[in-house]
Structure formats: C-alpha cells, structure tokens
Design a protein around this ligand. Sequence first.
Ligand SMILES: Nc1ncnc2c1ncn2[C@@H]1O[C@H](COP(=O)(O)OP(=O)(O)OP(=O)(O)O)[C@@H](O)[C@H]1O
Length: 257
Amino acid sequence: MIRLDRVSKVYTRGARPALDRVSLEVERGEFLFLVGASGSGKSTFLRLVLREESATSGRVYVAGREITALSQWKVPSLRRQIGVVFQDFRLLPNKTVFDNVAFAQQVIGKPQHAIARDVPEVLELVKLAGKERRMPHELSGGEQQRVAIARAIVNRPAILLADEPTGNLDPTTSAGIMTLLERINRTGTTVVMATHDEVIVNQMRKRVVQLVDGEVVRDEASGAYEKVHIAEGEDPDRVRAGSDGDGEHGPTAEAAS
Ligand SMILES: Nc1ncnc2c1ncn2[C@@H]1O[C@H](COP(=O)(O)OP(=O)(O)OP(=O)(O)O)[C@@H](O)[C@H]1O
C-alpha cells in the first residue's frame, strides 16, 4: 500500500537528511506505529506519502503508484486515497460538527444525497451522533479529535495517516481514540500513526518502526517502544546497526512481512 525505496529527504542543502535511505513497505490493512524522538523524521515520512514534500532521492509508492515524480495535477487524486489526522485537530471553527465532516465531501463534489447518508453514518461510528449541530468550541478535545477522524474517513480512504493524534489528549481519552483507530483499521483501512507515546505503543502491540535521525533503527511486527539512547561518546552508527550485543535491536523488516 505504501512503499519507500531508499528514500532520502534533505530540506536544506548541506544539512543532515531528515530521512536517510529509508526502505519500508506497509501492506494493505496494516497498522503501523512510526516512533522516534522529536526531529527524527516522522512527519517528514507522512509528508512524503501525502506528496506535500518530494523525496530528494529514492522512490515512494502509494496505492500502486510511484508518486515521487507525480505531476502536480495528479496530487489531488492521490490525496483522495488518504485521510489525515493531526495533533491539533484542525477543525473549521465556524462550522458545525456536521458541516466540518460534510465539507470533506463537498470539496470533492459529492452529491447532497450522499452527504446526507454518509455524514450521519460516520458520526455514529465515531460516537458523536446527537452532537451534529455543536460547534467545535463546544466539544471536548477528544470529541474534536473524533470529528477530525470522521472527516478523515468519510470518503473511505485506503490509508489513514495520523500525526500524534493523541498528543493533546489525556490518557483515558487517548485510549478511546486508539480503540476507534483500531476499529477503522479492522475495516481494511491501512493506518500509519506517528507518535511519541510509549504507553499507547506498548499497549497496542502493533508493528513498530522506529526512526533515529532519519534512519530506521527498528522494525518489529508486534513491538514495544524502547527508546534508543545514543550516549555521549558512543558511535551512533553502532547503535543504528543494532550491534549492541543481544541482536534484538536491528532492523527486522522481514519479520513483519
Ligand atoms: N520544512 C523544513 N525545512 C527544513 N528542515 C525541516 C523542515 N521540516 C522538518 N525539518 C527538519 O527535518 C528533521 C525531521 O523533522 P520532522 O518534522 O520530520 O521530525 P518529527 O520526528 O516529525 O518531529 P516531531 O515529533 O517534533 O514532530 C528535523 O531536523 C527538522 O528540523
């Protein structure tokens, strides 16, 4: 569903790459956590999949298409296959819950009867039935994120990208959001979630890909989030190669396939 083939991204010439020769495949229907410290390249990964940024080298494939050199006019059709959720919800403050979700359908020209059918259905799924007429500021953070998720999935995208979706939420509310994302994943949607949240990652036991300085240092089919510490004076390449004695920390992409 998503494949990166030796992808590097350099934002500023001469600077360290934000992603450094990343090769990774995400199968249709998979749920993948992308973890790593701030600045490790998680958002860059998501932006490349969305074609908000282009790779400096290597190739990116999404839903069977090579998007590295996709012409600009084809980008909207790529994005229609991808729903996105952010840490800060990004709802339209002057629109109701219903209209925030409906807007995602209106911009792609969905007819009114489809909107009248789909929006209540998706609001039911995210457990917001009855709150259609509320404005975003009349909702809790968790409810606002549910609206954002409803908006992201209302057009039935093949892929859902979530960038720190629980970053502004308390643990209980976060758990509810994770239950919802898992349910969406079970309907066949491929989910890639970037997060710092070790508790969530460790509870879910999904595939975990960990980045350090733009490099994949771990890829485990049902992993935990173990922080990779690079101590002062330690050779970071030794850590990245996973040669720390127990042999458990190297990239294990094959284990997930
Ligand atoms: N538009 C940009 N121009 C220049 N450098 C950038 C740009 N976006 C990101 N970077 C750099 O690329 C690296 C990776 O950033 P990225 O945002 O992908 O990390 P992240 O893992 O998502 O971090 P966070 O968890 O803080 O969101 C960082 O060193 C960052 O400073």
